[in-house]
Design a protein around this ligand. Structure first.
Ligand SMILES: O=C(O)CCC(=O)C(=O)O
Length: 284
């Protein structure tokens, strides 16, 4: 039998039960205590259909429409399929002058991150009032580039007490596993050894914040599996700053556009580096 192999930053990992299992599915109709118990137990909650798929697709379209239509198959920005032709003459993703830099400063994006649904999900998990953290990255992965998020914990990037910060990861559109969605290392939020794995782990960068780009290595090292989902537009994952996560390389035509929206418990200390709008060169 042929084993399917996925990659992350070009490093291969077999898509087998030894390395992968499904994320546990939840939804916003579950009692708040159940959601909090799952978040504590798993380090995440995957909320299927938490947002309207139309709202999510409208937002992605508003962003992609800032590019030349030659970027998209059939010139169709709503479908978001890569034509194979990247726009020329743009700064790198998220730098001033790139559409992602302008978009996170737009009213449409602010209305999305500031929606009451988002805040109320954070408040359910905190069991108390939440405040939006302003710095909100917009991710855009183009198929075939073999570039993904390396295995990391958010706590390596943002200060604060882990129990007082949550991230809501929002794929802007469908994101099946081979389109390069986020994967979470099973129960890694309980495993302090993992954070120290970076001393021995292969690393394709000089940045010491990520643990590794090699997801198979980390799974072999820890004996833990990567949890994945075939996300649909409207699904979100709320995750803890201490769960190890990463993303896979996109193999489909579908571009992966997503955003990670963070909340802190109201009144808890803010990380001063996260008080401004995101820019890809802000260093955080
Ligand atoms: O979307 C990605 O690839 C990275 C997102 C992430 O690391 C996060 O939401 O914390």
């Amino acid at each position: 039998m042929n084993v399917r192999t996925l990659t992350s930053n070009g490093a291969p990992i077999p898509f087998t039960p030894q390395y992968f299992a499904a994320l546990r599915e939840s939804h916003t109709g579950l009692p708040a205590e159940t959601l909090r118990a799952r978040y504590a137990e798993d380090g995440y909650v995957l909320l299927k259909g938490a947002l309207s798929s139309k709202t999510v697709l409208d937002l992605r379209e508003a962003y992609l429409s800032l590019f030349d239509s030659s970027f998209f198959k059939d010139g169709n920005a709503r479908r978001g399929l890569f034509s194979g032709h990247e726009p020329k003459g743009l700064p790198a993703h998220g730098l001033a002058g790139h559409p992602a830099h302008a978009f996170v400063r737009s009213d449409a994006f602010r209305a999305f991150t500031g929606a009451s649904t988002m805040k109320s999900i954070a408040e359910t998990l905190f069991d108390g009032p939440a405040e939006l953290i302003r710095r909100t990255p917009l991710r855009h992965f183009i198929p075939g580039r073999k570039r993904s998020s390396r295995a990391h914990l958010d706590r390596s990037y943002i200060g604060g007490v882990a129990a007082d910060v949550v991230t809501i990861w929002v794929p802007l559109g469908d994101c099946p596993v081979d389109a390069g969605g986020l994967v979470y290392m099973d129960r890694s939020h309980e495993d302090e050894v993992l954070e120290n794995a970076r001393a021995n782990a292969p690393n394709d960068r000089t940045d010491t914040r990520p643990i590794t780009h090699d997801l198979k290595w980390l799974s072999d090292f820890s004996g833990r599996r990567w949890l994945y989902a075939d996300y649909s537009a409207g699904d979100i994952v709320v995750h803890s700053p201490v769960i190890v996560h990463a993303s896979l390389d996109g193999e489909l035509d579908l571009m992966r556009v997503s955003t990670d929206i963070r909340f802190q418990r109201a009144g808890s200390p803010s990380d001063p580096r996260w008080l401004d709008d995101w820019s890809a060169d802000d260093g955080y």
